[in-house]
Design a protein around this ligand. Sequence first.
Ligand SMILES: Cc1cc2nc3c(=O)[nH]c(=O)nc-3n(C[C@H](O)[C@H](O)[C@H](O)COP(=O)(O)O)c2cc1C
Length: 506
Amino acid sequence: MSAQGQPISGKTVAEHNSRQSCWIIVHGHVYDVTEFLDEHPGGSKIILKYAGKDATQEYEPIHPPNAISDNLPKEKCLGPVDMGTVQKVEVKITDEEKARLARVEARPSLSEILNLHDFEAIAKLVMPEKAWAYYSSASDDEITNRENHAAYHRLWFRPRVLRDVTHVDWSTRILGHQTTMPVYITATALGKLGHPDGELNLTRSAAKHGVIQMIPTLASCSFDEIVDAAQPNQVQFLQLYVNKDREVTKRIVQHAEKRGIKALFITVDAPQLGRREKDMRMKFEADDPHEVSKSGDKVDRSQGAAKAITGFIDPGLKWSDIPWFQSITKMPLILKGVQTWEDALEAYDRGLAGVVLSNHGGRQLDFARSGIEVLVEVVEKLKEKRGVTLPNERFQVFVDGGVRRATDVLKAIALGATAVGVGRPFLYAFSAYGQDGVDKALQILHDEFEMNLRLLGANTLKDVVPDMVDTSNIHSHVVAVPGDRLYDNNYESMQTARLREIKAKL
Ligand SMILES: Cc1cc2nc3c(=O)[nH]c(=O)nc-3n(C[C@H](O)[C@H](O)[C@H](O)COP(=O)(O)O)c2cc1C
């Protein structure tokens, strides 16, 4: 607000267009980011491109809605701008962007999409490069990312025959809530990178198909927007990154409970973000390699934008914090990112409602084992040491990572999981086709469940029992040769450092 209580004019903002005084507009508000330039994990260059201008379009897909106000001191939020006086930012369409848009036009129709791998193949071709890098990347050499999917190839079925499978039903309950399939949409950050409607594509499609959506802490759409988009009685869970400031966490949790969220999944595998090098390389290439900060130091942003939005996560989170969570909410608490039977049993002993055996889609510790492999030992030890058999109402075990087929899901169900989480396939589906893509992905899973239940000789998920899966090879970490061609074709190999383009003629 100007001194006279009027919105700030676009002309005034435009005067602050340099490194010495840099104002930008985001969502109709003016921010003085001069002192933040060197701290911006995405680099100062990208902010300076919008100095004195409206940066909303660039900002929106890659930041949670309140990232800017959370990261700047209050006095740097200068107030609303008179949008009528703001000059439109001209977006130059590069040749690469033109080529990408042509590929978007050439997408196959949804009727030609036959499985979840297809979405990944098309998304890779039609998504903006940065968005693809963020969604597809995983940590270090991405061994765990590939293993997540490959682990399912080491489990084989022992189907039963001559059972009347005229009627099959794959609906079930997750934490007491009805779902049409044993799959939930897991939390994945920054939905607007892939599509302008971001996470709302998932909310709407989840409603249509009767499945449960887990809302991420770092959604591109605001939490309330996602809850408002839900149908009456639509079940949603919340994924929680725990803030160093516990008051902030308490506010988020209690607000979620008030808004009707049915369970809280506390992420425990991310005290620090994994190095996702594909994503990091994108940032470097977009930036000035010779950039130095005002203090004259070379700017180090080796952790990329992921660090920016996750700097608040508390690496000090520990088991003894659990009673505090239990004291601030009545929602069931589930730990997301458990990777050993020891921690699963600890969660059980502490009265938690369940665990997700997950390695964050291979984005955290590389060489962490797949959730499906960990499930085998968790089932065994829960029985041996606590006399608990799965599936179990009081303590529910979930798995995520690499699930691409209903057969993958049915293997997890047979072994004792209540349900599985699916992440990237839904991101790729809406990035390529919006909500229609997510609808199609869920329909494909429904069709696969119907066929595979019949072929297994099971009428309901209760009939999908441990004896139907041969687990004898699960702990052998040798990837089948030649692997899964569908998946391998989509997988983008790691890239090494490259020489810079030589501009001047030698
Ligand atoms: C792009 C992307 C963003 C993610 N963001 C989060 C997040 O904010 N919080 C979280 O707990 N897990 C996050 N995850 C991990 C997922 O919840 C889930 O564990 C993983 O995606 C499952 O593997 P899949 O993608 O192979 O299905 C993210 C995964 C991806 C691919």
